[in-house]
Design a protein around this ligand. Structure first.
Ligand SMILES: Nc1ncnc2c1ncn2[C@@H]1O[C@H](COP(=O)(O)OP(=O)(O)OP(=O)(O)O)[C@@H](O)[C@H]1O
Ligand SMILES: [Mg+2]
Length: 312
């Protein structure tokens, strides 16, 4: 059976114009950290925000501190809504104004379920998240979709449901070539077949150990070699700190929340006397990483507004 145009769901793209997908073909480049923190910072700044975890691993739940709590259904509700084309049913208020569609194992099974339900209709499969999201997107000022590495069907679902793509990269050339190359192919395919509204919001250098201009120039050249000379780079760089990353994920806190915890650090003399131990001390670098993430969030909103203005 060939796909009949009449079967392709109609998407009202205007309802999805404040949706950002965070994607990169490669693993471990900062997708989940950015999705969670950008969503959390926007919510802390009074926006009504939804974050969707389209991952079989469900790491977003770790970053938000809801893994293995009673709202963690391992992606069941999200997967079911997408397969049925039903409205998403987010968990409400994981933070003030922040709702979440929880990911997990059920999302890993989603591509096979969609393929069997909508056989030989790749466009219909790709649009199922868009169908579910457009029924609730009007309630939000911002929707952020976190996506998995090396999984074209799930990446296509994310890209078909979004207006904007944000791509974190690490500074090494191999990760830029593989990761960016992979997502650039999915981007071109989805834009051509199901989502002409899709735009690249920008590429962000993530967990960089160096603020040197030479490194940034080199990364820009590598990114341009893959995406072309128009490749928009964010000027904000998220600096490297393993201590902050580990403390945030271990405690289920966003980085700006970790920074607030630093105010409760034990007094230095308590460490000396053994009344407190070092594991209780929040890294002072949390303030710098939080500042980077806040700068990036502002830049994203600014760029969306600029691009929308230019297109109007
Ligand atoms: N500022 C930082 N500096 C150094 N490491 C960081 C920083 N922020 C996060 N990390 C760590 O980098 C690793 C990858 O981050 P993250 O999970 O966000 O990437 P990802 O692209 O979502 O990975 P995956 O492809 O596995 O889903 C994690 O171990 C995370 O704790
Ligand atoms: Mg991730």
């Amino acid at each position: 059976m060939l796909t009949d145009d009449a079967d392709i769901p109609v998407i009202d793209r205007a309802t999805l114009d404040r949706v950002i997908a965070v994607a990169n073909g490669k693993g471990g480049v900062g997708k989940t950290t950015l999705a969670a923190n950008v969503a959390g910072l926007a919510a802390a700044d009074d926006a009504q925000v939804l974050v969707v975890d389209l991952n079989g691993q469900g790491n977003l739940s770790l970053d938000l501190g809801i893994r293995n709590t009673d709202v963690d259904d391992d992606g069941e509700a999200l997967a079911e809504a997408i397969v049925q084309g039903a409205a998403l049913k987010p968990v409400r208020g994981v933070r003030p104004r922040l709702d979440v569609c929880v990911g997990g194992t059920a999302i890993g099974h989603l591509p096979a379920l969609l393929a069997s339900r909508y056989q030989l209709q790749p466009e219909v499969q790709a649009l199922q998240l868009a169908v579910s999201l457009q029924q609730v997107a009007g309630q939000y000022d911002l929707v952020v979709i976190d996506s998995p590495p090396e999984n074209p069907p799930l990446q296509q679902l994310a890209l078909a449901a979004t207006r904007w793509l944000a791509v974190p990269v690490r500074s090494d050339r191999a990760s830029i070539n593989d990761g960016l190359g992979g997502i650039a192919r999915q981007f071109a395919l989805v834009r051509k077949r199901v989502n002409p509204a899709l735009e690249l919001l920008g590429v962000v250098l993530f967990a960089s150990g160096s603020s040197s201009k030479a490194i940034r120039r080199e990364v820009r050249r590598d990114v341009e070699a893959v995406l072309g000379a128009e490749a928009p780079m964010f000027t904000t760089v998220v600096r490297h700190s393993e201590a902050v990353a580990k403390q945030a994920r271990d405690r289920g806190l966003l980085v700006h929340e970790l920074e607030q915890e630093a105010a409760n650090n034990p007094a230095f003399w308590k460490l000396r006397t053994g009344e407190a131990d070092r594991s209780q001390v929040v890294s002072a670098t949390s303030a710098s990483v939080a500042e980077d993430l806040a700068g990036l969030t502002r830049e994203m909103f600014g760029r969306m507004a600029d691009l929308e203005g230019a297109g109007a």
